[in-house]
Each structure stands twice: as C-alpha cells, then as structure tokens.
Ligand binder design. Structure first.
Ligand code: TTP
Length: 230
C-alpha cells in the first residue's frame, strides 16, 4: 500500500523493516501544526516533540522571538542561529517510540525562514553565509534525517485568521504579505522542489478545513502518517 503525494510521487508503506521513523510536521505559521501533533500524541507508538518556541522566548532571560519581530535586521542572525541549535537538539533527542513526530525541522528553518530573511534584504549576505555553513555541516555530520514530511497546507488568509485568534503577543504585527511569502517558500520546497529538495517523501494535507473535518482526514491517513504503525 502507498500514500499519494501532491506531486504524484508515492510514499512506500509499510516500512516496518526500519525500526524507527521521524515524521516532521511542516506548514506556515498558524497552519495548525501544534493541533496536529496534539492529535497524534495519544498513540502509544508515537512520541511527539513540540517546537522549542518557549526556549526562543526565554534564552537566559532574552526573548529572541520578540527581538526578531521588533527589529529583524538587527536580530535575525541571533534568532535563527538559536532556532538552528534548538532544532538540532530536537532532531538528535533520543527516540523511545517507533515514531518520533517533530514540529518543523532544521530544514524549514533554513529553506523558508532564513531564505526569506535573506531574499527580502533583512539578513546580510555574510549572516546568511555563516548560517548556511553551519547548516551544510550539520546535515551530513549529525543525525538529522527525516522519513516523512507532513505538509499542512493552508492559505495565508486562514493562517492569518488563526494567528490573530491565538494572540501570541510577538506575532501581533505579522502582515498577510509575510505569510504569502512563507507559503510560497514552503510550496517551492515541498511541492515544486525547485531550489531546495525535501530529503523525504511529502504528504500534503489540506489544512484550511476546520479541525473537526481535519481529524477525519488524519484518521483516514493515519497508517501513512505513522509510517505503518497505528
Ligand atoms: P511556527 O514554527 O510556524 O509555529 P506555530 O506555533 O505558528 O505553528 P502552528 O500554528 O502551525 O501550530 O512559528 C513559531 C514562530 O516562530 C512564528 O512566529 C514564526 C517564528 N519562526 C521564525 O521566525 N523562524 C524560524 O526559523 C521558525 C522555525 C519559526
């Protein structure tokens, strides 16, 4: 049996010959990654590792997420290098269940957020170069592999609505254009696979739906999402 990807590629299932799997849940800000992880947190086969956003808000007393939103030109490198460290910690955290489900990955931080800061002129070329040197060393030299990307694809309008309703204070000024650019970068990476290629198959989920509807999709795709485990 296999899962159909957005771009027509198939995900080979079952993959039970491999003992452990890492599933990275990707999608724009506000696309519903936390709810998705929460939903699968009840399975005995799955360990969920949420995104270390709380760490970003409190690095020895500094809120790096807030600094980045207030003055991106000044604080992007600081923030994104800490994101890269904490994502590396998530990837390398010891796995105790057959399926490790992580919120985002080292890859979306680099291919979507860092790329956006650089292309929009908010991150100088030298900062981009240093982050890229770190990234390019980390990938082949540490255990940051992913077996499946689940892409929660929601329109930027839906994401904005969800961001507004959750009221994370650091994100109060996030404009629609920012979400549109990030949406395009996620699509370019995970669907069009133009400049950057995903290192694992991609399962695209229509994340515009209400959560009660989405739950039905999650249930239908459960075997694919959990790489054969239930
Ligand atoms: P997300 O990683 O998108 O998490 P979320 O809580 O919005 O997810 P969801 O609503 O889907 O459950 O973003 C968390 C915040 O961190 C958001 O303001 C964007 C920011 N961020 C960056 O600026 N750079 C990065 O590299 C990452 C990973 C996040």
């Amino acid at each position: 049996c296999s899962a159909e990807c957005y771009n027509g590629a198939t995900i080979p299932i079952p993959q039970l010959a491999k003992k452990t799997f890492t599933v990275a849940v990707e999608g724009n800000i506000g696309s519903g990654k936390s709810s998705f992880l929460h939903y699968f947190d009840t399975s005995n086969s799955v360990e969920v590792v949420p995104e270390p956003v709380e760490l970003w808000k409190s690095v020895r007393g500094h809120n790096t997420l807030e600094l980045m939103y207030k003055d991106s030109e000044r604080w992007s490198l600081t923030f994104q290098s800490y994101v890269q460290l904490t994502m590396l910690q998530v990837h390398t955290q010891k796995q105790t269940c057959p399926v490790k489900m992580i919120e985002r990955s080292l890859y979306s931080a680099r291919y979507c957020f860092v790329e956006n800061l650089f292309r929009s002129g908010l991150m100088p070329s030298v900062d981009h170069a240093v982050l890229t040197e770190w990234f390019d060393w980390i990938v082949p030299n540490t255990k940051v592999g992913v077996d499946l990307f689940v892409y929660l694809r929601a329109t930027p309008e839906t994401c904005l609505e969800r961001i507004r309703s959750r009221q994370r204070k650091e994100e109060a000024g996030v404009p629609l254009e920012y979400l549109e650019t990030l949406h395009q970068l996620h699509d370019d990476w995970l669907i069009h696979q133009s400049q950057f290629k995903p290192c694992a198959p991609v399962l695209v989920v229509d994340a515009d739906k209400e959560f009660c509807e989405l739950k039905k999709d999650f249930e239908r795709q459960r075997t694919d999402i959990l790489c054969g485990y239930v």
